[in-house]
Design a protein around this ligand. Structure first.
Ligand SMILES: [Zn+2]
Length: 392
């Protein structure tokens, strides 16, 4: 397959190829299987860096394979759980509601299970939701002013919906191979002065924490706030507000449809990709050398991906997985015999060490494990404060 050699944001050819490489990556990190040891398809993730605007993208991205995975029954749609996850959604919906009024139409692209749409439906005239995944919001949803399209966002949907006052795209932009085409459609869909809310992972934070398991095939693009704002301003959006969530791990940008008075020239950020490789080795050596039985907490994209990067020796030391979402219990990490077990006191204490692969909720999960009387070591794997990882 031909590699993508142009920046997806600024179309510059001034691109440094292969700045970070991961062979044999899972096609999709948001899948779990009903059976152990299923056949899984793998691919290569090779990141390229645009020296012009600082965008990072997977030059080997295979869009067809990924699109197939989104529609697969093994694809897990994120459920909103009690605690921090729910608090964060309340915070975001509060922010969104401050930009809308009862006569407005809001469109959410990539709505997942529709929880946010349901939160804001009471504050506007209509919510249009769009999502292609198998388990996305049900079409027989009882809330009258939500209209759902079980599909990818496209021109037909846009024409049928007419102009909307706000577009919400949370954790979608990083999946897109054609961000420019997407924004062109959004520009047409939005009313004059309409608002766009984009939310995505913060590449600057990923690299500074050396959280390599945030780099997986599901995501095509990796951006910093500066890179995005620079691009969006040139595209004719102006910044209304930017927010930061989970200690900088996620960025949220509220943008108005309309060019800013002046475009700020921001310098492209340089990333230290070798820190990612160092951390992979350190975590794998730690797991391989660990005396005792190891469990991994988090069977979402992070948990699946941390396994994906493990050496055989490290993999052999992993007994099982845990997750806060009960619907994942009994399922397997793709291609393995590693099962997600119920988070009971008995199960967690089968392990001497639990590796956290749930970077947004490390504190909360640590406390829960201790509350369940887990007596072993809890390991946080992100590089923080010059420490390679933290054992608590
Ligand atoms: Zn660029």
């Amino acid at each position: 397959m031909k590699k993508i050699d142009k920046c997806p944001l600024c179309y510059s050819n001034n691109v440094e190829a292969g700045v970070f490489l991961h062979d044999k990556a899972f096609i999709c990190s948001a899948s779990l299987e009903k059976q152990p040891l299923t056949q899984v398809d793998v691919t290569t993730v090779s990141l390229a860096y645009c020296e012009q605007c600082g965008a990072v993208f997977n030059e080997c991205f295979d869009r067809e394979k990924m699109n197939k995975a989104y529609k697969s029954k093994s694809y897990v749609v994120k459920k909103i759980l009690k605690g921090q996850m729910s608090n964060n959604l309340t915070y975001i919906s509060g922010k969104i509601v401050s930009y809308i009024s009862s006569n407005m139409t809001v469109m959410e692209i990539g709505c997942g299970d529709g929880r946010l749409a349901m939160e804001i439906a009471g504050h506007c005239k209509e919510v249009i939701t769009v999502d292609p995944s198998y388990a996305s919001i049900s079409t027989d949803i009882k809330i009258k002013n939500i209209k759902h399209y079980h599909d990818y966002f496209n021109e037909d949907i846009m024409r049928e919906s007419g102009k909307v006052d706000m577009v919400i795209a949370r954790h979608l932009f990083e999946h897109l191979t054609g961000p420019v085409d997407f924004l062109n459609l959004i520009k047409q869909a939005l009313t004059e002065n309409g608002v766009l809310y984009l939310e995505l992972p913060n590449m600057q934070e990923i690299v500074s924490s050396a959280r390599y398991y945030d780099i997986f095939n599901d995501h095509f693009g990796y951006y910093s706030k500066e890179t995005l704002l620079d691009f969006l301003e040139r595209f004719g959006f102006s910044e209304l507000e930017s927010i930061s969530m989970f200690c900088g791990q996620h960025i949220g940008l509220f943008l108005q449809n309309g060019s800013p008075m002046e475009v700020t020239n921001r310098k492209a950020i340089n990333y230290n990709f070798s820190a990612l490789y160092d951390q992979i080795d350190k975590v794998n050596d730690f797991i391989a050398d660990c005396k005792g039985i190891i469990g991994v907490y988090g069977a979402g994209a992070h948990g699946v991906t941390i396994y994906d990067y493990m050496t055989k020796k490290a993999r052999d030391n992993i007994l099982c997985y845990f997750d806060g979402d009960k619907s994942k219990e009994g399922l397997y990490i793709p291609g393995t015999d590693k099962k997600v077990l119920a988070r009971s006191c008995e199960n967690i204490n089968k392990c001497n060490v639990i590796i956290l692969a749930i970077s947004l909720y490390e504190e909360e999960v640590s406390q829960k494990l201790r509350g369940n009387r887990f007596e072993g070591t809890i390991v946080k794997t992100a590089k923080r404060f010059e420490r390679d990882f933290v054992c608590v």
